[in-house]
Design a binder for this molecule. Structure first.
Ligand SMILES: [Cu+2]
Length: 105
């Protein structure tokens, strides 16, 4: 039990390490008319890559319109996150499809 907790702590520490290289690509699924995961935290300079596994097109559209990508069925679309902040976003075609991106400096 103790060993498991220590291993988990080590793994979390590695994930949270500020030494992670700039320009990480973070995948997000568009599946069953939903973003998965719904909330993602990245850093300025990271790339979000949405993979559309549905049979209809989706977009990832920031509510403040600062970024958008249109993703056809079976395709991927990328956006580089250039500014820190918290961005709610939706699919333009399915407004109930919502997500949140937190971009840390
Ligand atoms: Cu959609």
């Amino acid at each position: 039990m103790c060993r498991l907790i220590i291993l988990a702590a080590v793994a979390l520490g590695m994930l949270a390490s500020p030494a992670s290289p700039a320009g990480t690509i973070r995948p997000i699924l568009m599946k069953d008319i939903a973003f998965a995961p719904k909330q993602v935290t990245v850093h300025v300079g990271d790339t979000l890559e949405w993979a559309n596994q549905d049979i209809v097109a989706h977009t990832a559209t920031a509510k403040d319109k600062s970024w958008e990508v249109n993703v056809l069925p079976g395709k991927n679309g990328r956006v580089v996150m250039k500014a820190a902040g918290t961005f709610d976003y939706i699919c333009r075609y399915h407004p109930n499809m919502t997500g949140e991106i937190i971009i840390e400096p």
